[in-house]
Ligand binder design. Structure first.
Ligand SMILES: [Zn+2]
Length: 239
């Protein structure tokens, strides 16, 4: 794996080895602009790597150090996601500046990078996630155009093929055992979604994050039969 060294001063020590990978998009107009910000001491943000649209990979922070990419976040009970993860920024203007498909060369580089990171650290498939997965109320990246399926086909991350899935959709405002079971499943997968039995605004945000990752054809915050069937399939795959 070839890297372009572009050190960022924005890091600190970590307490232990990383066991998660968090993927982002940069959400800025250009890669140069994003790279400058990730290296700006004033900005106080960084990531371990940034992958350009042409497939070049910049190394900003050593993996042994804690970079500042995830902010307030949660996965499987862990709230210090920066402390336990390797952060990868993928250049894309994002939903704010013109979200567009990730080019082939860029996706190939991300796949190679994830494979490379996993040769050094023990990272389970269920711990390769997007920023939106760990911060669903605040973040949308890397979003519904990121080819999680292709990453999974290369051997990295969880995926499940669309199962036949009847069943009434669950949406905001609904209450009951079905909502409780849905929230329990989302929590088991890793999301911050403590079961209450009430389908509130936060639950809808978690469903949107789930859909951006695992049900990309439909990002609407409504847990239709297929969304729920995919969740069950993923829990089986993760078990
Ligand atoms: Zn992000």
């Amino acid at each position: 794996m070839e890297f372009i060294e572009a050190p960022s001063p924005n890091f600190e020590p970590r307490k232990g080895p990383p066991d998660m990978i968090v993927l982002h998009y940069t959400g800025m107009r250009t890669g140069e602009e994003a790279l400058a910000r990730l290296r700006d001491p004033q900005a106080k943000v960084s990531s371990h790597y940034m992958v350009e649209e042409d497939g070049r990979v910049f190394r900003l922070v050593p993996e042994e150090r804690r970079a500042w990419h995830a902010g307030r976040s949660f996965w499987k009970g862990e709230t210090d996601i920066n402390g336990v993860s390797v952060g990868v920024e993928i250049v894309n203007p994002g939903h704010e500046f013109g979200y567009r498909p990730f080019p082939d060369a860029q996706v190939a580089a991300v796949i190679a990078l994830v494979a490379d990171i996993r040769t050094r650290w023990s990272v389970d498939d269920s711990r390769i996630v997007g920023h939106a997965d760990v911060a669903p109320d605040r973040k949308e990246d890397p979003g519904e155009l990121f080819p999680w399926k292709r990453l999974a086909e290369a051997g990295h991350g969880l995926w499940v093929e669309p199962p036949a899935a009847p069943g009434a959709p669950l949406g905001e405002g609904e209450e009951g055992a079905g909502v409780f079971a849905l929230q329990a499943g989302l929590t088991r997968l890793g999301y911050d979604c403590a079961p209450s039995g009430r389908f509130d605004e936060h639950t809808a945000a978690v469903i949107r994050a789930f859909q951006r990752h695992w049900r990309q054809e439909r990002v609407d915050g409504i847990a239709d039969g297929e969304t729920r069937a995919r969740l069950i399939g993923l829990l089986r795959a993760a078990a």
